[in-house]
Design a protein around this ligand. Structure first.
Ligand code: PEP
Ligand code: MN
Length: 453
C-alpha cells in the first residue's frame, strides 16, 4: 500500500471516533523518542490512522477468552520471540523459524502437562525498545542509543541513530507482511494436518512435531471450540508486543462497532514494560482504556501496594483473562520477592494470569562487553517461579522467553556456547540475547517437567 503525504492533522481527526478520553496524552510518557520533524511525524500518524487495522476485535476477544482458561489453570501460555524484531525483508525471513520453534515449544509443554497451550509470539510489532540509558559509547564515540527499528537504526553511526518517523510506516507495513506470512504458513500446516488425518490408518497416532505442534495441541484438547478459533487457527499463534511508542500505538486504536469498545488493533496482546509501568504515566492510562487483554512486566523493585494499584487501574472489573502479570526478577530474587506480591494481589481480590519471564532479570555483561544470559539462571528462575506459585496455591500460567528460532549463540550453556568465548560465532540479536532452538526446547522440557510434578 502507498501512504500519500497529506497535511499534518491530529491522528484521530480522520473521521475516526476518539478514545473515550485523551487524558493519557497529558501524562508523562517515559522512553519516547524526540522526533526531529513534527510535521513529518503528523503526516505519518495521519496515514497510520487511515490504514487498515492489523488485528480484529473478535479475535482479540477470543484471546482474552483463551487467557481466561489459562488464568483458571486449564491451559498454559507460551509467549516467545525476538527481543527486537527487524523491519523489512529481514523481519519477514525470521517468521518461519519463529513459527516452527513456538510450535515445538508448545507441543513439548502440552505433552508434558497434558494441557493445551496458548501460544503467543513476540511478533508482528515488537519494533520499539525501552533502554536503560539514552546514550551509549561505541569505539570511544558517544551515540544516541538504538531504540528499536521503528525509531532508529542499530548501526553505530550518528546519522543512523536520529529518530525517523517514517520508520513507523515501515513498521506497520512489516507487521502486515509478517501477519500475512503467518497466515500462509498456518494454511500450509492446516492442509497437511487434514490430509494426514485423511490418510492415516486406524489406531495410528498423529506424528509428533512433524508440523506445528501448537496447532495439534489445541485441536486435540479443545476441538473446534470458539476459545481458540479465529486468528489463532489462521496464524498458529497470537501476536503481542510492548506498546511502548505511543505516537504509533494511538493511531491503531479503533472502535468496535458491535460493542462500542475501543481496541488497540496493532496486536492482540499489548504489554507495558518494566520501565513504563508508572501508575500515573501515559502508558498505563492508555492501556487502561482499551478493551484488549493487557500484560505488565514487573521487576524486583515492584512494591506490593503499587502492584495492587496497577491491577485496580488496568482491571477494575476483575475480568478473567484481562490482566497478565509477567514477572522478571532474576534467579537470585524470584523466591524472595514474588511471594509477597502474589499475596498482595490475591488479598486485594485480583486474579491475574501469572507468567514467568526468566530472561530479563538475568542479563549480564561479559568482561568483553557482550550482553548475555546463562541457561542455568533461566532454568533456575523458572523453577523458583513454579515453587512460589505452587506454594501459594496459585496456577503458574506461563512462560515468556526471548527465542531466535535459529542456531544463534547469544546465551551461555546447555545447548549453546559453554563459555563467553563462543558467543561471537552467531551473535545476531538487535537487542537482548535470545535462546537458540536447543535452549528453547530445553526450557520447554523444563517447564513440562515442572508442570507434571
Ligand atoms: C523486553 O521484554 O524486551 C523488555 C525490555 O522487558 P522489560 O520491560 O521486562 O525490561
Ligand atoms: Mn528484551
Amino acid at each position: 500500500m502507498t501512504f500519500a503525504a497529506s497535511p499534518p492533522v491530529a491522528p484521530q481527526s480522520a473521521g475516526l471516533p476518539p478514545l473515550p478520553t485523551t487524558e493519557w496524552r497529558n501524562l508523562p510518557a517515559a522512553q519516547q523518542p524526540a522526533w526531529p520533524d513534527a510535521d513529518a511525524t503528523g503526516r505519518v500518524q495521519d496515514a497510520l490512522s487511515l490504514a487498515p487495522a492489523l488485528t480484529a476485535p473478535a479475535d482479540v476477544r477470543r484471546l482474552a477468552s483463551a487467557l481466561a482458561h489459562v488464568g483458571a489453570g486449564r491451559a498454559f501460555l507460551v509467549q516467545a520471540g525476538d527481543c527486537a524484531e527487524p523491519l523489512g525483508s529481514q523481519g519477514l525471513a525470521a517468521v518461519g523459524g519463529k513459527h516452527r520453534i513456538l510450535g515445538e515449544m508448545a507441543e513439548t509443554v502440552s505433552q508434558g502437562s497434558g494441557r493445551p497451550t496458548v501460544t503467543i509470539g513476540r511478533i508482528a510489532g515488537q519494533y520499539a525498545k525501552p533502554r536503560s540509558r539514552p546514550e551509549e559509547t561505541v569505539d570511544g564515540r558517544v551515540l544516541p542509543v538504538y531504540r528499536g527499528d521503528m525509531v532508529n537504526c542499530h548501526l553505530p553511526d550518528e546519522a543512523a541513530r536520529v529518530p525517523d518517523p517514517t520508520r513507523m510506516l515501515t513498521a506497520y507495513a512489516t507487521a502486515r507482511a509478517v501477519l500475512n506470512e503467518l497466515h500462509l504458513i498456518a494454511h500450509r500446516t492446516a492442509s497437511s494436518l487434514v490430509s494426514w488425518e485423511q490418510q492415516r490408518g486406524p489406531g495410528q497416532q498423529l506424528p509428533t512435531r512433524s508440523w506445528d505442534g501448537s496447532l495439534r495441541s489445541v485441536l486435540k484438547n479443545y476441538g473446534q471450540t470458539v476459545e481458540v478459533a479465529g486468528a489463532w487457527t489462521r496464524t498458529g499463534m497470537w501476536t503481542s508486543h510492548e506498546a511502548l511508542l505511543l505516537d504509533y500505538e494511538q493511531c491503531l486504536v479503533r472502535r468496535d462497532s458491535h460493542t462500542g469498545e475501543h481496541y488497540l488493533l496493532s496486536t492482540h496482546l499489548p504489554w507495558i514494560g518494566e520501565r513504563t509501568r508508572q501508575i500515573d504515566g501515559a502508558h498505563v492510562s492508555f492501556l487502561a482504556r482499551v478493551a484488549n487483554p493487557v500484560a505488565v512486566k514487573i521487576g524486583p523493585s515492584t512494591r506490593p501496594e503499587d502492584l495492587v494499584a496497577l491491577c485496580a487501574r488496568l482491571d477494575p472489573h476483575r475480568r478473567p483473562g484481562r490482566l497478565t502479570l509477567i514477572t522478571r526478577f532474576g534467579a537470585g530474587q524470584v523466591r524472595d520477592v514474588l511471594p509477597r506480591l502474589v499475596e498482595a494481589v490475591r488479598s486485594a481480590g485480583h486474579d491475574p494470569v501469572w507468567v514467568c519471564d526468566p530472561m530479563h532479570g538475568n542479563t549480564v555483561t561479559t568482561a568483553g562487553g557482550i550482553k548475555t544470559r546463562r541457561m542455568s539462571d533461566v532454568l533456575d528462575e523458572t523453577a523458583g517461579f513454579f515453587e512460589v506459585m505452587f506454594r501459594a496455591e496459585q496456577w503458574p500460567g506461563g512462560v515468556h522467553l526471548e527465542v531466535a528460532g535459529g542456531p544463534v549463540t547469544e546465551c551461555i550453556g546447555d545447548g549453546g556456547p559453554r563459555t563467553e568465548e563462543g558467543l561471537g560465532r552467531a551473535y545476531q540479536t538487535l537487542c537482548d540475547p535470545r535462546l537458540n532452538d536447543n535452549q528453547a526446547l530445553l526450557a520447554a522440557r523444563h517447564v513440562a517437567e515442572l508442570l507434571a510434578k
